[in-house]
Design a protein around this ligand. Structure first.
Ligand SMILES: [Zn+2]
Length: 399
């Protein structure tokens, strides 16, 4: 019965590239709650969803309403044993829940532990107002912020049902989706860049793309193929524009004994690693590592090694081994070096690896510090996005 209007909307979207409706998303804002406190400036109505949207509470315009878990379900005042309610503020005022504030409406559901899940239902544009600040520094150039807004919108629309089956809402409000802290994280500049790019997302062959992004690539982005699944629009791209990232350079030093132990702790049983050899792509990014140990060698994806050692410690896979001499070192110097190394190994009972790296993050997709660099060179948001994502369009989904 509902097919006809959907088809009409679909054809309209195809013809004009503009659809009327702004997608509505569901974000889990509190889980496993026993008690929550709700208020809104002009009050709100409460509907019982589990019994077909009956109005259970016409207007609450006093101070805070306490909602608590009961013997079965949850409730407030004389209304008990509720399982799923909707809270709709009057005059579209934001709703205060505990110490947070949200646009849109709220749903409260009983979870499988007999506690409450609070879900914020709102249009994706209002959601983005509260996302931008957590994902990019607001002192960034305006075109870089616009690029970030398009990327964040693309992510939200593509992943709007990501956690629906598992958790009963589409997006989380932490790093598993995008960090969202509602109205308290809003800022005039964030609202400005969201409004300026309203409805625009990145598409490839008509579909929203997987818009991965990271802090700073350190010289070139990473090809998605190194993650095991090559995605046409996520290719390695040369990037000299993230040089202004203040923590661009880093060093990582670890004894081979500690490396062996750390990998053992994570389930890779290796006997005494004696060397680590790096294989790189054409841009100098480490793709694979060869761990030489007493019983042979083990090959490992560099991204996997980064996850095992800790992504905040091994800050990227763009690194060089500076513990060994490379190039045309003087043979006499090299011999002295070897003697010293072997002496140090005996003294310490172990040798160390020392890596010098650049950048921070997985390196796939948009380089945020690179986006800033490009914006400072005069690139607009669309050109910035097309620099990091190949063969994509900026498509306007709705007005
Ligand atoms: Zn970069």
């Amino acid at each position: 019965m509902k097919l006809f209007p959907i088809l009409i909307t679909g054809i309209f979207c195809l013809l004009s590239q503009v659809c009327a409706a702004v997608p509505e998303i569901t974000v889990g804002v509190f889980e496993r709650q026993e008690k929550i406190q709700i208020s809104a400036e002009n009050g709100f109505a409460i509907y019982d969803i589990s019994s077909k949207k009956v109005e259970v509470f016409k207007r609450w315009n006093k101070s805070v309403l306490d909602v608590s878990v009961t013997e079965r379900g949850f409730g407030f005042l004389t209304h008990r044993n509720l399982r799923h309610i909707e809270i709709v503020p009057f005059r579209k005022h934001p709703i205060h829940v505990n110490k947070m504030v949200f646009r849109g409406i709220l749903r409260i559901r009983e979870d499988r532990f007999g506690k409450m899940t609070v879900i914020n239902v709102l249009d994706v544009e209002s959601y983005l107002y509260g996302v931008i600040k957590s994902e990019m520094l607001l002192n960034s150039p305006i075109e870089a912020l616009k690029a970030q807004a398009v990327v964040a919108r693309t992510y939200a629309i593509r992943n709007q049902d990501k956690f629906l089956k598992e958790l009963g809402f589409g997006l989380t409000r932490d790093v598993r989706s995008q960090v969202y802290n509602g109205v308290l994280d809003e800022h005039d500049l964030a609202i400005q860049v969201v409004d300026a790019t309203r409805g625009r997302i990145l598409t490839h062959e008509g579909q929203p793309i997987s818009a991965y992004y990271h802090s700073a690539c350190g010289g070139a982005t990473q090809d998605s193929g190194t993650w095991g699944n090559r995605i046409a629009y996520l290719k390695a791209t040369d990037c000299k524009y993230c040089e202004n990232y203040k923590d661009l350079h880093w060093e990582y030093e670890l004894s081979l004994r500690d490396l062996t132990n750390k990998l053992r702790e994570k389930g890779h049983v290796l006997s005494n690693i004696s060397d680590v050899k790096l294989s790189k792509d054409a841009f100098g990014r480490v793709i694979r590592v060869e761990l030489v140990h007493a019983d042979g060698t083990m090959n490992m994806n560099a991204n996997h090694l980064r996850t095992l050692l800790g992504p905040n410690v091994l800050r990227s896979t763009m690194f060089n081994d500076i513990s060994r001499r490379t190039g045309d070192t003087d043979p006499a110097e090299k011999a002295i070096d070897q003697i010293l190394n072997s002496f140090m190994s005996r003294m310490n009972g172990d040798r160390s690896i020392r890596w010098h790296g650049k950048g921070f993050g997985h390196g796939v997709g948009l380089c945020q510090w690179g986006a800033k660099g490009l914006a400072n060179k005069g690139y607009n948001f669309e050109k910035i996005l097309k620099y990091y994502y190949s063969d994509v369009s900026v498509t306007r989904l709705y007005d």
